[in-house]
Design a protein around this ligand. Structure first.
Ligand code: COI
Length: 355
């Protein structure tokens, strides 16, 4: 058994599955690398993480995750440049957000060295799995959940922190048409919308299914109180371009502080694009679509990066957004992925080498 400088024990898989993977035809998050990181919280403390072969996790049926959904996650990616060097993107922001989510869900916060050291050890070990094809990357899924038992509705006394890796292609295939939601809500004031709690995503599935039945692929979430303000796009933050101004909703109790969202805002400013972080009325978007000033709508998130929206439905009317020659979405996606893949200077200091 090998150990790292952090004394993270590594138990290597006996046989690699890498030869079974078609790296030219990867879906999103459906094949997993040879190893995973596991870290247990017991007796009031996080134990030293360990890397083990990718395998099933055994839990008692009374584990609280099954009953009360005490579960959070993060989404990150590892990128390999043309020289084979491996990079992460703003990993300490994911670490900070993981603990913000943990705090809100009454899960004990993880020490930074376990997150960063564990991540580095695991990604380095499985670095052969990082795809180099344009549009592909190694999706990293850190998550934490209540493994402690009991039916009492209170925080568990044991937890697991796990990281799995999935070589992945694009999150969306084809155009994204969205429905502006008028009935269901993703989050409420004082709730857990800003946390990456698993239940925030489960709660989206049913309204999204209804939207899919109507011919859309995602829901645009509006505020729970009035449904008059645009907040998020499916599992992503949302941006609108009206005229030449790029607008996104401010983060709040209800809106996730997306790493891609805040990076896009900084890159846009650096490009000289006028940005506004403010509440966006649905009526403003509809009017702008009617008078032709709504040039673009796009989602931004780690998995999908920047995902242009080709049209939206609202109150039974469909609005189309024709493709633009000089779209902000295309420009911003290129700038952020050029930084991530080490194809351009990183004046922001976001790239993080783990080679
Ligand atoms: C991500 O963009 O990484 C997310 O966490 C969203 C997830 C639903 C894929």
């Amino acid at each position: 058994m090998e150990t790292t400088t952090l004394n993270i024990p590594i138990e290597k898989a006996k046989v690699s599955k890498i030869d079974q993977v078609d790296f030219d035809n990867l879906n999103f998050g459906s094949v997993f690398t040879d190893h995973m990181l596991v870290c247990d919280y017991r007796n009031g403390a996080w134990e030293v993480p360990r890397v083990i072969p990718y395998q099933a996790i055994s839990l008692e049926p009374s584990a609280k995750i099954f009953h009360y959904g005490q579960s959070i996650f993060e989404g990150m990616k590892a990128y390999k440049d043309v020289d084979g060097k491996v990079w992460l993107f703003r990993p300490s922001d994911n670490f900070k957000r993981l603990n913000i989510s943990a705090h809100r869900m009454a899960i004990p916060e993880l020490p930074e060295e376990y997150f960063m050291g564990g991540l580095k050890t695991l990604v380095q070990l499985d670095s052969e799995w990082i795809p180099q094809k344009e549009g592909s990357s190694l999706y990293i899924r850190p998550f934490m959940f209540a493994s402690g038992q009991g039916f009492h509705a209170s925080p568990a006394d044991e937890y697991k922190f796990v990281i799995c890796l999935a070589p992945s292609g694009s999150y969306f295939s084809g155009k994204v048409r969205v429905l502006i939601e008028e009935q269901y809500s993703r989050a409420a004031n004082g709730g857990v919308g800003y946390a990456k709690a698993g239940g925030n995503y489960a709660g989206q599935f049913y309204p999204t299914q209804l939207a899919i039945e109507k011919g859309y692929s995602q829901v645009i979430w509006t505020d729970d109180n009035t449904h008059e303000y645009i907040e998020e796009a499916g599992a992503m933050n949302i941006f609108a371009r009206i005229g030449d101004t790029l607008i996104t909703a401010p983060t709040s109790d209800r809106i996730l502080d997306g790493v891609t969202r805040k990076s896009i805002l900084e890159i846009a400013k650096d490009e000289g694009i006028k940005t506004e972080v403010r509440k966006m009325r649905v009526s403003e978007i509809v009017e702008a679509a009617q008078n032709g000033s709504l040039k673009e709508l796009f989602g931004a998130g780690t998995a999908a990066v920047v995902s242009p929206i080709s049209g939206f439905g609202y109150q039974g009317v469909d609005y189309e957004l024709p493709e633009l020659a000089n779209s902000y979405a295309a420009l911003l996606k290129k700038r952020i992925t050029d930084i991530q893949f080490n194809r351009a200077e990183d004046k922001f200091g976001w790239r993080y080498s783990i080679s």
